[in-house]
Design a protein around this ligand. Sequence first.
Ligand code: ZN
Length: 220
Amino acid sequence: MRKRISVVPPWKNANFIGGHPALDLANTISNRKQSTVDNDLLRSVSDISSWCQSAGLISSPQARALIRYGSEELVDTVHHVRSHIWDVFDTVSDGGAPSSRAMGGLLRLAGLGVSAEIIAFSDAQMKTLTGNLAEPETIPPALALLALEALFTLPKDRVRACPGCGCLFVDTSRGGRRRWCSMRTCGNKEKAARHRHNNHMDPQDIRHDVAFRHMRLPGS
Ligand SMILES: [Zn+2]
């Protein structure tokens, strides 16, 4: 299952703006541009369990079982998967080829799960995962498999990294010009910074700046 039904605490809808669970997982480091103590939103088995439930990967009973049987090893392995996902998609958002290390890590982990027959896609569209997702060892290969599905199916020219916080998302806007993870957070911060900058400018510079912004290039 992969359809998000409802986000459970401590998660909010704002944590699921990536357009794909793999990107949402990468975004559980809330700000890649600043390292702060509470930057990592995925610090415990309970966080992983509630995240997987919110992302529509597991049901509520599976989430409870995961909390019961999960250990620090699960947290460490999910962090590894997340780090590979971020590495791959941050590079893709910049127009580069994914690194062998990160992509190899995802392929290896997904391959282990598929070969052991603990995880599989159950439909030709590869949208639904089956496996006992209440088992902690099934979660990392399932996440790696989802990341590979994202890599091979998302439109690469629409994968973006927010310049404010590094958050990854798929730009589904019509013109393909979405820049920020959210206008309410990073977009507004940038607007406020620009406003402050303009207020501190010499009035003559502001006139220049305005004239420049209204200038049309020949043929445009
Ligand atoms: Zn942002």
